[in-house]
Design a protein around this ligand. Structure first.
Ligand code: UT7
Length: 349
């Protein structure tokens, strides 16, 4: 059975840089607090009326496709991971198919937030291994700047996130011991509401701690979307940051070691770990726990913030562009986030 390899990789981040001090225009926060707690110095925000999750994804995809030495017409499947799609439905996959004039290929959207890109890679990997597809475009992209509460009320969430996109083309590899060696996917839905955007949704208040109150039975749509939700900031994401942090620093090392062990490696064999850029403190904790050297971990959250599904492919692309990944290197990708879901992939570059 052939393994799949990353044949081309690309990234796109919007031009507009938003520093921590820029955020003070909208909320009571400060540069020291953000840097100390998260390591973030700045992030990018998309052009409000011109750029979308899909347009950014297309820019990253064009680069990945060109670097793979193929054209958009050669793509035979699309897997798109995002939590900030252009539309509630349909997903961004079909919008990429349209924007890039692709053939009438399958387009699948993945809703696994911070682990989304790893879930997407894993799905694509199975299709390559079975021989079903030969050129799969896998994308992680987010436009967070459109859907966060930038008032002081939402500052624990909004200062963390940034916009951007990353894409890879997966192809079968002819070489022995090259490509994706294994992927590992996990979830624990017991904590689904710890990091979530409840509305709009069909939850009917069943699991929500702050229910949508006083909806009018006659106005059936009100429970889905109402003025009251806007007034009460119930259309923004909720995050219990400290609880997420505590779980992340356990599950990240666990899933990284799982991938290494499965393939007979140890942390000493690892050339580079590309962790989801959730918080620099989480990455540092993981590094310490696994006793990894600085050159074994790549972080760029300082410049882009947390770009959720886009963070792993953006960091992977940057690390490769900066010459930190060479042919034959052992590379581990890992992520943890909302769901909770967490995942890893081990690759021989
Ligand atoms: O990729 C998605 C997965 N998400 C994560 O991995 C996030 C994991 N969690 C975290 O990264 C951290 O929990 C945060 C960075 C989100 C928050 O850091 P924390 O050290 O856990 O802070 P906290 O939420 O416990 O808040 C501490 C204080 C509070 O004030 P009081 O109640 O102690 O007076 C907050 O109101 O910091 C305050 N605060 C802020 N102050 C200035 C919260 N946000 C801000 C802010 N600026 N932006």
């Amino acid at each position: 059975m052939p393994l799949s390899k990353i044949a081309g990789i690309g990234m796109y981040v919007p031009e507009k840089v938003v520093t921590n001090n820029d955020l003070k225009k909208w909320m009571d926060t400060d540069d020291n607090w953000i840097q100390e707690r998260t390591g973030i110095q700045e992030r990018r925000f998309a052009k409000r009326t011109e750029e979308t999750t899909t347009t950014m994804a297309v820019e990253a995809a064009k680069i990945a496709i060109e670097r793979a030495g193929i054209t958009a017409q050669d793509i035979d499947f699309i897997v798109f991971a995002t939590l900030s799609p252009d539309y509630y439905f349909p997903g961004c996959g079909v919008l990429v198919q349209r924007a890039m004039n692709m053939k009438e290929v399958g387009a699948l959207d993945i809703r696994n937030q911070c682990s989304g890109f790893l879930y997407a890679i894993s799905v694509a990997d199975q299709f390559i291994k079975t021989g079903m597809y030969k050129n799969i475009l896998v994308i992680g992209a987010e436009k967070h700047s459109m859907g966060l509460d930038f008032s002081t009320r939402g500052r624990n969430v909004s200062v963390i996130f940034g916009d951007g996109a990353g894409a890879v083309v997966l192809q079968p590899t002819e070489k022995n011991n090259q490509g994706i060696l294994s992927t590992h996917l996990h979830s624990d839905g017991a904590s689904a509401e710890i990091l979530a955007q409840y509305n709009p949704g069909s939850h009917a208040n069943h699991w929500v701690e702050t229910p949508v109150a006083d909806f009018d039975e006659a106005e059936i749509g009100e429970m889905f979307m109402s003025h009251q939700m806007i007034d009460n900031a119930q259309l923004f994401p909720f995050m219990d940051g400290p609880t997420v942090f505590k779980k992340a620093i356990v599950k990240f090392p666990e899933v990284i070691v799982e991938a290494l062990t499965k393939n007979g490696y140890t942390t000493e064999d690892l050339n580079i770990l590309i962790p989801h850029q959730a918080n620099l403190r989480i990455s540092q904790f993981v590094q310490q726990k696994l006793k990894l050297r600085d050159d074994q971990v790549y972080n760029n959250i300082m410049r882009y913030g947390n770009t959720t599904a886009a963070s792993v492919p953006i960091a992977l692309c940057e690390a490769w562009q900066n010459g930190k990944i060479k042919e034959g290197d052992l590379v581990c990708l890992a992520a943890f986030g909302s769901g909770f879901t967490w995942a890893s992939a081990l690759l021989k570059w």
